[in-house]
Design a protein around this ligand. Structure first.
Ligand code: AMP
Length: 114
């Protein structure tokens, strides 16, 4: 299997504007930002999408969400709020087959999403 673009970012084969990293996750700015703040946080473990996560991934999934909130706070979004989005599969709008959580903020978000 060829590497996804996010695996290449994790392995430092292509550049990204990294805002947070630890042993389990990496967060970097989305190249096609849809909000004043648009960061992706991804597990370093290769999980193609949420539907393919298994019980053994519980720790990394919990860590991903806790760190998403921490990164949002570091980026100044704690008070105004933010939206987390995980797109799963074609109808979900998934374009990169490596699990990622969008952190969007800096403007009010509409509901329902398009
Ligand atoms: P999704 O549509 O949920 O799969 O989201 C994939 C996101 O990855 C999109 O918002 C893209 O703009 C973003 N993206 C694709 N390539 C890169 C890259 N090299 N660096 C940062 N973000 C990227």
């Amino acid at each position: 299997m060829s590497k996804s673009v996010f695996e290449k970012i994790i392995d430092r084969e292509i550049p990204a504007a990294i805002v947070y990293e630890d042993d389990l996750v990496l967060a970097f700015r989305d190249v096609n930002a849809k909000a004043p703040v648009h960061v992706l946080i991804v597990p370093k473990k290769i999980i193609p999408r949420l539907a393919e996560a298994v019980p053994a991934d519980s720790q990394v999934l919990g860590h991903l969400l806790l760190k998403a909130a921490e990164v949002a706070g570091r980026l100044g979004l704690a008070k105004t709020g933010y939206r987390l989005v995980i797109n799963n599969g074609p109808d979900g709008g998934e374009t990169v087959p490596h699990l990622h959580c969008h952190i969007l903020g800096g403007r009010p978000m509409a509901w329902p999403p398009g």
